[in-house]
Design a protein around this ligand. Structure first.
Ligand SMILES: Nc1ncnc2c1ncn2[C@@H]1O[C@H](COP(=O)(O)OP(=O)(O)O)[C@@H](O)[C@H]1O
Ligand SMILES: [Mg+2]
Length: 262
């Protein structure tokens, strides 16, 4: 199957701290890949390499067959134009309505006529079930709706890839499940390639085609949810069960927390 995103032997250090120590990840077109791993293992750093916000010290990042790292600003911008990104905060603009927030990327990055923008914005809003909230401000909608507005906004530019960094954090279980179902619709109905960083094990097992488990700067295991769940690796078992006792090095590499083996 066609590879959409590829990291090859990616190494990245900040000062003397090696965060990625040779990471290989292959993501196929149309699949949902979940990145799992403890806090500070470099999941967000990995996402930032895929977006081209960071370049590796060594190794290679390819998106849709093209090299992202070291590419010109123009090439990076073009590749980035094929992606939608959803960070934790949702990053909606508080003084703009749902409608205006969703319309923003089209107004900023295209010269489409207003009636065409209106058509696309209404279509995305409807697809996400947000029509009744169209004229509300972000302050007056729920956390789950805010995330859906973020998705609607990302979809206006028809991304082939959507990257999510902890999309369900701060959501209650029902809202999280709404977002999980949305992830699955994006894959099944729109064939979007998705990369999702999450700590939410339920979400990971609900949406993932495959899971990449990162540990101490390396890929410890790649597999289907069943393969991860049935792994006999004690570190993976400790992580997915959320146990405090076990072999896992907690917060490996994060100087803001004590390095302890509990
Ligand atoms: N731009 C940066 N400069 C220095 N250190 C960074 C930078 N970005 C991330 N780090 C560090 O790299 C480590 C991994 O960060 P991150 O990818 O955000 O972890 P997580 O897996 O929790 O998303 C952390 O210890 C973080 O402090
Ligand atoms: Mg992170």
């Amino acid at each position: 199957m066609e590879t959409m995103i590829e990291l090859r032997a990616v190494k990245k250090a900040f000062g003397s701290r090696e965060i990625l120590r040779g990471v290989d990840i292959h993501i196929r077109r149309g699949e949902t890949m979940v990145l799992l791993g403890g806090s500070g293992t470099g999941k967000s750093v990995t996402i930032r390499h895929i977006i081209g916000l960071l370049d590796p010290d060594e190794g290679e990042v390819r998106v849709a067959g093209q090299k992202m790292n070291g590419a010109s600003k123009e090439v990076k911008a073009k590749l980035r134009g094929r992606m939608g990104v959803l960070f934790q905060s949702g990053a909606l603009i508080n003084w703009l309505t749902v409608y205006e927030n969703v319309a923003l990327p089209l107004r900023e990055t295209t010269r489409l006529p207003e009636d065409e923008i209106d058509r696309i914005v209404r279509e995305k809003i409807a697809w996400l079930g947000l029509t009744p909230a169209m004229h509300l401000l972000p302050a007056n909608i729920s956390g789950g709706m805010k995330k859906r507005v973020g998705v609607a906004r990302a979809l206006t530019t028809k991304p082939e890839i959507i990257l999510y960094d902890e999309p369900t954090s701060g959501l209650d279980p029902v809202m999280s499940q709404v977002l999980n179902e949305l992830n699955n619709r994006l894959r099944d109905e729109l064939q979007v390639t998705q990369v999702v960083v999450t700590h939410d094990m339920n979400s990971a097992f609900t949406i993932a085609d495959r899971i990449t488990f990162l540990y101490q700067g390396r890929v410890r295991k790649v597999g289907t949810p069943a393969e991860i769940q049935n792994s006999d690796d004690p570190i993976i078992q400790q992580f997915i069960r959320g146990e405090t006792q076990g072999p896992m090095q907690i917060d490996a590499g994060d100087p803001t927390t004590k390095k302890t083996t509990v």
